[in-house]
Design a protein around this ligand. Structure first.
Ligand code: KG4
Ligand code: ZN
Length: 331
């Protein structure tokens, strides 16, 4: 019997994920097969290994998600699958699997923009986002500020000229031997240190664009010159620089454009420092803060499933092909 639920599939980077979500963003099941154990020894994601692992785990992950939600494939309303941006080999595994299943089950398959998935993560479990909104998306692959008036009206205000903030966290973690992914480890260490080192804040006083590669290099040079320094102070100083940059840019955007809320999404939205900093900013500015539930800040398939509901409601059906680069302004 047909059910009002969508299966989301996510395989754009290093996690194979499947989830079943209803139209209100309630998550009936969410399974994530992590590849951290495969990539950690390289200090970053090894694309070919990622695709091979996706190919092995995608079907069992989907089966588990359906079983946990007690839904049969042919009874799904639709399948939403990440079509980009991301690692092309990884994306192809998800898209082709979804296309095959859709054909076999006679269920429509919608190709989803991963970045729009992150946007939807702030609406999981409970609809929070009110428009117009300023969006800060900070992940391993992306860092940008955007203005959102509706699903079809998103304007990019500024993105990073080089590294994403998540990438900077991961590289700094590697320099300090903290393992991969580095974000949570750097945050944790930072909490035990003092932000006493004046690392640069690139582009702090200019517009909405970001740059993190100079900051990352400054941390590297400082560690080379000061091998005996307390790593906790380095982590605290690095995080403090990242926070000042992100909070200043958000404030600038909120001052420049009318907004009901600030939406902060992407893996780095799991950072307690960023959650606290944006909360303080929003309190001061009288704006609502919309954060995804912590467990759905990093990559997952529930956000892809919820985005698929938006696409379905808006009648949007992008081409079902894997696309390595895809801006937030597109579907
Ligand atoms: O959104 P995501 O899961 O994957 C991409 O789409 O890129 O983001 C992953 C990034 C990684 O760089 C990771 O280090 C970072 O998010 N991250 C964090 C935290 N948890 C994950 N960064 C800072 N603090 C965290 N707690
Ligand atoms: Zn992501």
């Amino acid at each position: 019997m047909s059910q009002d639920v969508i299966l989301g599939i996510e395989s754009s980077c290093d996690d194979t994920a499947a989830a079943v979500v209803d139209r209100d963003g309630n998550v009936l099941s969410s399974i994530i097969a992590s590849q951290t154990h495969i990539h950690s020894r390289w200090g970053g994601v090894y694309p070919e290994f990622a695709s091979r692992a996706h190919a092995l785990t995608v079907v069992p992950t989907i089966e588990k998600a359906l079983e946990e939600a007690n839904v049969k494939g042919p009874d799904l309303k639709a399948i939403g699958v990440t079509r980009g941006p991301g690692l092309i080999g990884s994306l192809i595994v998800g898209v082709n699997t979804a296309a095959g299943l859709g054909l076999g089950w006679n269920v429509p398959v919608i190709g989803i923009n991963h970045l729009r998935g992150h946007l939807c993560s702030a609406d999981l479990v409970e609809r929070r986002v009110e428009l117009p909104a300023i969006v800060l998306l900070v992940s391993g692959g992306h860092t940008f500020l955007a203005r959102m008036e509706s699903l079809t009206s998103i304007q990019l205000l500024g993105s990073t000229r080089d590294d994403s903030v998540g990438e900077a966290y991961d590289k700094v973690a590697r320099l300090m031997g903290l393992g991969f992914p580095g974000g949570p480890a750097v945050d944790k260490l930072a909490k035990t240190g003092t932000p006493s080192i004046p690392f640069p804040r690139p582009m702090l006083n200019e517009g909405f664009e970001f740059s993190f590669s100079g900051l990352k290099s400054a941390v590297g040079r400082f560690l080379d010159k000061n091998p005996d320094v307390a790593h906790a102070d380095v982590a605290a100083s690095f995080v403090s620089a990242c926070m000042e940059i992100m909070i200043t840019k958000c404030k600038r955007a909120l001052e420049a454009y009318p907004a009901e809320c600030l939406v902060v999404v992407g893996g780095v939205a799991a950072s307690p420092q960023l959650r606290e900093g944006t909360m303080e900013l929003c309190d001061r500015m009288g704006v609502k803060l919309c954060l995804p539930p912590l467990k759905w800040s990093t990559d997952n398939a529930a956000m892809i499933g919820l985005a698929a509901w938006d696409y379905l409601n808006a009648g949007v059906m992008p081409p079902l092909s894997a696309t390595a680069s895809l801006p937030i302004t597109e579907f």
